[in-house]
Ligand binder design. Structure first.
Ligand code: PZK
Length: 278
C-alpha cells in the first residue's frame, strides 16, 4: 500500500491495481481544516456515498470495488476502487444559486455559459438544473469555470454530452430523494473517469455533504446565505470566536462537535432510510 495523495480531508492510497479512497474525520470551514475531528464523519460520508453508488447503478457504472475489503485501520471509512483515466473536469450540477455560481451569475448573468433569467438571488431555485463544469487546478487552488464547449473541445462532443446528461440525471435522482426527506441538494460535484474497457465511470464520492451543498429545506429562504445542513454549527461558532479565518483554527468545543456529528448522522439516516450504527 502506498500513499499517493492527500486532500484537505481525504487521502488516496494505491494497493496493487486498485486505489483506496480514505475519508478522515477532519472538517474544514472557510477552506481551513479545523484541529478537532468530528467522530465518524469519514465513515458516515463513505457509507452514504457507497449507498448512492448502489442507487445510481442503473444510470452509470461506478468505480467501487469493495467497501469492506480495506485495511483494518480504515474500516468503514474507505473504499477500494478501480483506477480510472480521470476526466480533467469536475462535473457540477446546480439546482440552486450559491457559491461561485452565484458570483458568476451576478457578474455575467450566466454560469459556465448557461444564460439564466434576470432577478435571481442568493439561494434561488433555478428554472431547471444546469451543468456547470470546472477545470481542475492541480496546485490545490480554486477551480476555474469551464463551458460545455470547453469540455467538448477536450473530450469530444459525444463524451461531453454524455457527461452532461449523466451529471444532470445523477443530480435529479439525488435531489429528489433528499427533497422527499427535507434536505435540499443545492448543487453537487461529480468526477468521472474512463475504465480500461472504455466505459465512462462515476468516481470519487457521490452526493455527500462534502461534495454537495446540503441545506435544511425548513430553513430555505432565498435572498441570504443558506444554512449548511452539516457545518452550520461550526460556522456559527467560528463567527462568534473572532477567529480571522486564517490558519491555525481554534479547537471546536465539544457541544459543537456533537451537534455537527448529529447532523451527519441525520443526513445519512434521512437519505438512506437506514439507522446509523451507535
Ligand atoms: C482520483 N481523485 C480526487 C478523491 C482525494 C482526492 N477511481 C480513480 N482512479 C484514478 N484517480 C482517481 C480516482 C477516484 N476517485 C480521484 N484524484 C484521483 C480525490 C479522493 C480523495 F484525496
Amino acid at each position: 500500500m502506498q500513499h499517493v495523495y492527500s486532500g484537505k480531508v481525504r487521502e488516496i492510497y494505491t494497493d496493487g491495481d486498485d486505489l483506496l479512497l480514505v475519508a478522515s474525520d477532519r472538517v474544514s470551514v472557510y477552506d481551513v481544516v479545523l484541529p478537532t475531528p468530528i467522530p465518524d464523519k469519514g465513515a458516515l460520508l463513505t457509507q452514504l456515498s457507497v449507498w448512492w453508488f448502489g442507487q445510481l447503478a442503473d444510470i452509470v457504472p461506478n468505480h467501487l470495488v469493495s467497501a469492506t475489503d480495506v485495511p483494518a485501520e480504515f474500516a468503514g471509512r474507505a473504499i477500494r476502487c478501480r483506477r480510472l483515466e480521470m476526466v480533467p473536469f469536475e462535473c457540477i450540477a446546480r439546482g440552486y444559486l450559491a457559491g461561485s455560481g452565484l458570483k458568476e451569475y451576478q457578474a455575467t448573468g450566466a454560469i459556465s455559459g448557461v444564460e439564466l433569467p434576470r432577478g435571481l438571488v442568493e439561494g434561488s431555485r433555478l428554472p431547471e438544473p444546469i451543468f456547470t463544469p470546472t477545470t481542475k487546478v492541480s496546485d490545490g487552488g480554486h477551480d476555474a469555470p469551464a463551458t460545455f464547449d470547453d469540455v467538448a473541445a477536450a473530450v469530444g462532443l459525444s463524451t461531453a454530452t454524455r457527461l452532461r446528461d449523466l451529471t444532470l440525471e445523477v443530480y435529479e435522482r439525488g435531489a429528489a430523494r433528499a427533497a422527499a426527506n427535507g434536505i435540499i441538494v443545492a448543487d453537487t460535484k461529480l468526477e468521472f473517469g474512463t475504465a480500461a474497457d472504455g466505459e465512462l465511470t462515476l468516481a470519487d464520492e457521490v452526493l455527500t455533504p462534502d461534495s454537495s451543498r446540503f441545506w435544511p429545506e425548513s430553513e430555505w429562504e432565498p435572498g441570504r446565505p443558506q444554512h449548511a445542513y452539516d457545518k452550520q454549527f461550526v460556522r456559527d461558532w467560528a463567527a462568534g470566536t473572532g477567529w480571522d479565518k486564517n490558519p491555525p483554527a481554534p479547537e471546536i468545543p465539544a457541544d459543537v462537535v456533537e451537534a455537527t456529528r448529529a447532523r451527519y448522522v441525520d443526513a445519512y439516516q434521512k437519505i438512506t432510510g437506514l439507522t446509523w450504527r451507535a
